[in-house]
Ligand binder design. Structure first.
Ligand code: NAP
Length: 479
């Protein structure tokens, strides 16, 4: 970890911020500062933009096979360095090492997938209805991109954007979250080693997000914004993008319903709940936020879930045998505490957890609440912590209506042994993704994304690269 870069990456070179500013990165398990990284300002953003704009034309002309092989090499380097990258991620973000290794593998897969997609960008040819004119369609990179990522998946949220941008022939500026800049800087070093030309990827770490990003979005030279983060910030960035009509992809917040019907296999449902709730300590946009369980099985489901949640070991992510690391910071933990207190005030019962431990680090115990009232704040707020809130329902129409009664629509989970019901309910849920008898939907080969206020566009899958491509149509009369 001592050789992890801590400077900005601009035009293929490492540099301090123009005003020499740095910002601390701390370990959420101990509160100790583990590094100081460059803290970019507006001048650095301008330099990064200049580098991306300068590199764009030649990069767009670079053969798809060359772009593909850079991604493939980077994929191989990431896999080789899994352990090193996992330790870095755990140190800055807190997730247990086993989960960090899982994220490294997931992140690497985006590079492998898009190395395969880079050489499959196709165009088209058509005879127009008049029989004379021909239409030639070609695909072109959208141009220099701004990529903004959150802290919860420090490596994978980067590769999910950088992979398709490289494959499509776009240059880019990556602005990672200030809590987790080290994984992005390590990724930039890997891409340089894999042969990425100077200026194609630029990384600006900063605690001054608005000062760095707003001029880029309004300036007219950045042609695309790909953002992953909260709906509130996404809304602000959409407004800023409107001025220069910047194309946008938005991966925003969620409020996932997790529905357990009376005919569900409860073993599958509890396994699915553990995954959908506890992956990343509940700090995931895909985290199950509202558990709707049929009245006839609610007691048994709650008992089994509380037993599993109560058996999880909480502690620093680097320690052997730990299942649940700290939350990202004290602000995140305070929000979870407030949501639990509010639910309890409105009548919820705590089956397990619910008490903040003493001592250093931002730990919060796995918690199961039952008899949660529908007007509790956690029903319309992303909990972003290890808290499962159980409500009951009696019939299918009712649960679909309640599941859809939210401005978000990222993902939903449905547990039933009836194929008919699984399809019928999935089709009526207003979400971009559904886990049917599973608590995990993320896969680089599948289109990830939401509807309603959970976002615009998709990442991964065959369509992931489309977000970074434009059509050009040539009209060719044939006489
Ligand atoms: P956030 O506060 O929205 O921040 C996300 C990123 O946006 C950070 O890099 C942040 O930097 C930056 N940002 C904030 N204000 C900005 C501004 N005015 N201009 C430019 N950049 C700005 O979200 P978060 O707390 O880091 O992440 C959690 C959220 O992300 C949750 O809502 C979660 O659901 C969502 N998420 C969605 C997906 C998905 O695929 N749909 C995946 C993962 C996470 P600063 O921190 O410096 O402000």
């Amino acid at each position: 970890m001592t050789d992890t870069p801590t400077q900005l990456f601009i035009g293929g070179a490492w540099a301090d911020a123009a005003d020499g500013a740095t910002m601390p990165v701390d370990d959420p398990a101990t509160g100790e500062i583990i590094a100081h990284v460059a803290d970019a300002g507006a001048k650095d953003a301008q330099r990064a933009e200049e580098a991306a704009v300068q590199a764009q034309e030649e990069w767009a002309r670079t053969a798809p096979r060359v772009r593909s092989e850079i991604l493939r090499r980077a994929y191989e380097i990431i896999v080789e360095r899994t352990d090193e990258l996992a330790h870095l991620m755990t140190a800055e973000m807190g997730k247990p090492l086993a989960e960090a290794r899982g994220e490294v593998a997931y992140a690497a897969e985006f590079f492998r997938w898009f190395s395969e997609e880079a050489v499959r960008i196709d165009g088209g040819h058509g005879v127009l209805p008049d029989g004379r004119n021909r239409m030639l369609l070609s695909r072109r990179p959208v141009g220099p991109c701004l990529l903004i990522t959150p802290w919860n998946f420090p490596l994978a949220m980067g590769t999910r954007k950088i992979g398709p941008a490289i494959a499509a022939g776009c240059t880019m500026i990556l602005k990672p979250a200030p809590q987790t800049p080290l994984s992005s800087l390590a990724l930039a070093a890997i891409l340089k080693e894999a042969g990425l030309p100077d200026g194609v990827l630029n990384v600006v770490t900063t605690s001054r997000a608005g000062e760095v990003c707003e001029p880029l979005l309004r300036g007219g030279r950045i042609r695309k914004l790909s953002f992953t983060g909260s709906t509130n910030v996404g809304r602000l960035l959409l407004a800023q993008s409107a001025e220069a009509v910047v194309r946008t992809s938005m991966e925003l917040g969620g409020n996932a319903p997790f529905v357990v019907f009376e005919d569900a296999d409860l073993d599958k449902a509890v396994d699915g709940a553990m995954l959908a709730k506890m992956r990343n300590m509940g700090e995931a946009c895909t985290a199950a936020n509202r558990f709707f369980v049929h009245t006839s099985v609610a007691k048994e489901f709650g008992r089994r879930l509380a037993e599993r949640m109560g058996a999880l070991v909480v502690g620093p992510g680097t320690r052997d045998g730990v299942d649940v690391g700290p939350l990202i910071d004290r602000v995140g933990r305070a929000k979870v505490e407030e949501l639990v207190a509010d639910a309890v005030e409105r009548g919820a019962r705590v089956l397990v957890g619910g008490r903040t431990p003493e001592g250093p680090g931002c730990f919060y115990p796995p918690t199961v609440l039952t008899d949660v009232a529908s007007d509790s704040r956690l029903m319309d707020t992303e909990i972003f912590g290890p808290v499962a809130a159980i409500l009951t329902f009696d019939d299918e129409d009712e649960v679909i209506r309640r599941a859809n009664d939210t401005p978000w629509g990222l993902v939903g989970y449905v547990f039933t042994e009836g194929l008919d019901r699984a399809l019928r309910v999935s089709e009526r849920l207003e979400v971009g993704m559904v886990g049917v008898n599973t608590g995990l939907v993320s896969n680089p080969a599948a289109p990830f994304g939401g509807v309603k206020q959970s976002g615009l566009g998709r990442e991964g899958g065959r369509v992931g690269i489309e977000e970074f491509l434009e059509y050009q149509y040539l009209a060719v009369p044939v006489r």
